[in-house]
Design a protein around this ligand. Structure first.
Ligand SMILES: [Zn+2]
Length: 330
């Protein structure tokens, strides 16, 4: 983390107070401002998150977010401690309303002429945080978004492989490739669920789907899960017809862009797939961490794309958010 100070040395607290993380040395040649090493900056930010957590009953945003029940936030707290500095900083900005200078935020502050996303290849829809993290049509941003999703799939894939010997897994395979000669599945041949697990002993087919979604409200997570169930409903019916001896279950693994996880639902699915409690905790923590880091990668792509197209960097009105200027293409 040699250059953490390059990106930003401000710590952002809930009350919008910013502190410069640097030390002033006074010597013969006058005052010298020396930035603190990134390890100190990181601890500073974690202390800010902890402080916000302990004040949650008084309604701070980060604290309220971390203490919401049933959404895996204890795993998230743990995950943030092993997440890299820059991702944690972006996480804190994502939790704070208007913490990031999206076009919509800039427009609201009269610092942009339109709230519409102006990135190449997109140009439709208001550039909100949700737009950037989940819907932006810019190839760079969209690519990072796909990677964020795939990150969670890999965590599940690793966590589930080898757990139950009677389960055979196919990951990111087309239905037509998994069952090439089965009639009745033709119209689903090109459909690619994130995972398909076949348990011949228990005569059960598991269709695994991973989805990332916004998570400022808990019910967004369950709504997204319901969408996935609906999307795969007709495939499930066709599979039941093709394999009458088997039951078919969709396992929806939804994770929020800020690292929220609907704990009960994940536990239900993971238990059914043969994962023990200890391993479940590990997977939940990794998923929370993976989603936070995935969102950070998306925001990084957004900054790079904004900088390369407009010739300017996205900045706040105060000019205090210094972003990504010195790290092109990373
Ligand atoms: Zn866009």
């Amino acid at each position: 983390m040699e250059a953490a100070g390059d990106e930003e040395t401000d710590a952002i607290f809930e009350n919008e107070v910013r502190a410069e993380l640097s030390v002033v040395f006074e010597g013969n040649s006058g005052k010298v401002l020396v930035p603190w090493p990134s390890s100190v900056t990181r601890r500073w930010h974690m202390a800010a998150a902890d402080r916000a957590g302990s004040l949650s009953t008084r309604g701070t945003i980060t604290g309220a977010f971390l203490s919401a029940p049933g959404l895996g936030r204890s795993f998230l707290g743990k995950a943030l401690r092993s997440t890299i500095d820059w991702a944690v900083r972006d996480w804190m900005r994502m939790v704070s309303p208007y913490g990031l200078p999206t076009r919509q935020t800039l427009f609201a502050r009269q610092a942009a002429d339109s709230p519409v996303c102006s990135l190449p290849g997109c140009g439709s829809g208001q550039q909100t945080l949700a737009h950037l993290l989940l819907r932006c049509g810019n190839p760079g941003v969209h690519g990072a978004c796909t990677q964020a999703h795939d990150r969670i799939v890999s965590i599940l894939k690793r966590g589930l492989s080898g757990v139950n010997s009677s389960l055979r897994w196919r990951w990111e395979a087309k239905v037509g490739d998994v069952w090439p000669d089965v009639s009745g599945l033709e119209e689903f041949a090109l459909l690619t669920p994130d995972g398909i697990g076949v348990d011949d002993d228990k005569r059960r087919i598991h269709v695994v789907e991973v989805a990332r979604t916004m998570d400022h409200e808990g019910d967004l997570l369950s709504r997204r899960g319901a969408e996935k169930l609906w999307k795969y409903n007709s495939l499930c019916q066709a599979l039941k017809r093709a394999f009458p001896d088997y039951s078919v279950v969709v396992r929806d693994f939804v994770v929020g862009v800020r690292g929220s996880v609907p704990e009960d639902r994940w536990a239900l699915h993971l238990t059914a797939l043969g994962v023990g409690r200890g391993e479940q905790r590990r997977i939940l923590t990794l998923a929370a961490q993976g989603s936070v880091e995935g969102s950070w990668q998306v925001l990084k792509a957004w900054r790079a794309e904004s900088a390369s197209t407009a010739g300017t960097r996205p900045e706040t009105g105060s000019g205090r958010l210094r972003v990504a200027g010195r790290r092109p293409g990373c």
